[in-house]
Design a protein around this ligand. Structure first.
Ligand SMILES: Nc1ncnc2c1ncn2[C@@H]1O[C@H](COP(=O)(O)OP(=O)(O)OP(=O)(O)O)[C@@H](O)[C@H]1O
Ligand SMILES: [Mg+2]
Length: 297
């Protein structure tokens, strides 16, 4: 397929020049997770990436889920190569970065679990170093994590300086979001947890749930939770999926699009982390365990 000229194309040219890497010393980075599946992580990832790009940021969205994840479906792009091609098939990172067509770039993933045992840690280490060097050309790095609370998800949470937990109003989603917060706190994976309440039927309902979760987190986890946004349940999301376009592009003046823009502005207000402070070991583990079916207790 023809991919429009993108940041990656520019970077491809730049990367051939010496000293092009680590052009930025710090970047904002978030792991987007949930525990329960199907709550809107990929919808949020794609639309927040889009909104951030529209606000002038260079954004790299990394699919930290299996290749059958929906990033490509939502964008109408079928990536030929994935991050695993860099690890196993000697592809260069610049060859697996695709333009979304909406001002941000993305890298797809596929499961490498089976082959991971045969790959040396050194190779993975060098891929992760390469990934961070590459990401340093961007302002914001987002990991769209898979469902479940497994070693991949917890590792991406440990690797990313900020965690965004997406939850809906369903009791199972609330319980899983809390379980994920608990693991994150108890295992000291991250100090910065924010929440997005998605598919909210009314702000009153969302606020009630948020108040409850805040109380529980303060009482049992000794931790405060930051509310990044409440996104309404709307048929517009379905329409956007059918059109294979991000909602913020298809329906830019809708209530939900405006709320996503506010989320993007809040992310821009977060502190950037020096590339040198990233937990590369956790990032290696996260990538190594993509598609891990084992749920952590
Ligand atoms: N605010 C919303 N209103 C209506 N439908 C929504 C909303 N957010 C997401 N959806 C729908 O919910 C479904 C799940 O969304 P999505 O694929 O983004 O979830 P996910 O958490 O990434 O799932 P998975 O855990 O499988 O990766 C999709 O059909 C999507 O269109
Ligand atoms: Mg998803």
């Amino acid at each position: 397929m023809i991919v429009p000229e993108n940041q990656a194309d520019g970077l491809r040219k730049q990367m051939n020049k010496p000293n092009a890497i680590h052009s930025k010393k710090a970047l904002r980075c978030m792991a987007i997770a949930s525990g329960k599946g199907g709550v809107g992580k990929t919808f949020v990832s794609v639309n927040v990436a889009c909104a951030l790009a529209a606000l002038g940021n260079k954004v790299l969205l990394v699919d930290a889920d299996l290749g059958l994840a929906n990033v490509d479906i939502l964008l109408g792009i079928n990536p030929e190569f994935t991050l695993q091609d860099v690890i196993f098939n000697n592809k260069n990172l610049t060859e697996v970065v695709y333009s979304s067509g909406y001002g941000f770039d993305f890298i797809a993933a596929s499961s490498g679990e089976k082959d991971m045992v045969n790959i040396g840690n050194l190779r993975l280490d060098s891929v992760v170093q390469e990934l961070l060097s590459f990401a340093s050309n961007y302002d914001i790095l987002l990991f769209d994590c898979g469902a479940g609370i497994n070693h991949s998800v917890t590792s991406f949470i440990a690797a990313a300086p900020h965690t965004l937990i997406v939850m809906t109003m369903e009791p199972t989603s609330i319980m899983d979001a809390y379980a994920l917060m608990k693991v994150t706190k108890q295992d000291k994976l991250s100090d910065n947890i924010s929440l997005i309440l998605n598919m909210v039927r009314s702000d009153e309902q969302g606020q009630k749930v948020f108040n409850n979760i805040t109380k529980i987190a303060e009482n049992y986890l000794f931790s405060s939770v930051n509310l990044l946004g409440m996104l309404p349940y709307t048929a517009g999301v379905h329409r956007a999926t059918i059109n294979r376009k991000p909602l913020v592009i298809l329906d830019p003046d809708s209530e939900i699009a405006n709320r996503i823009k506010t989320v993007a502005l809040k992310i821009m207000g977060q502190q950037a982390t020096p590339i040198s402070a990233f937990n590369t070991e956790a990032l290696v583990k996260g990538i190594m365990n993509i598609g891990d079916p084992n749920v952590l207790e």
